[in-house]
Ligand binder design. Structure first.
Ligand SMILES: [Zn+2]
Length: 127
């Protein structure tokens, strides 16, 4: 089965040109493949966005891990009414800072790798 891309009229396989519009007919099968490729392309673009956001969140976590850790240390001091000594206060900050840094590192690695992969997929579909 073939169809006209202009008026969407369907024709038998032997027909090459639309009787109404006088333009070349499309293959339905070919068109199906095209829409499949298009869906893949859209999915790749979607995952590219998600991965880029993950990457950005990871970078932000790494950059702000110090201040996040500090604010968590301050919260811990406030919650026990200033009972904490300096060394345990600093230990809380250090632990939280490195935790957030590790999470940020993992996110940015996964996001960065995913961005490259889906970027490559988008690039491949475009060419
Ligand atoms: Zn037509």
């Amino acid at each position: 089965m073939k169809y006209c891309p202009n008026c969407k009229e369907e024709y038998e396989d032997e027909v090459k040109v639309c009787k109404e519009c006088n333009i070349e007919l499309f293959d339905c099968i070919e068109d199906n493949n095209k829409s499949k490729i298009y869906t893949k392309f859209r999915m790749a673009k979607k995952s590219l966005k998600v991965m880029a956001v993950l990457f950005a969140i990871g970078i932000i976590l790494i950059l702000f891990s110090g201040s996040i850790g500090e604010s968590m240390g301050e919260k811990a001091i406030q919650s026990c009414g200033g009972c904490m000594d300096t060394s345990s206060y600093e230990r809380i900050i250090d632990t939280n800072t490195s935790n957030f840094r590790i999470v940020g590192l993992v996110l940015s690695l996964v996001g960065g790798f995913g961005t490259l992969l889906s970027g490559y997929a988008v690039y491949k579909e475009l060419n």
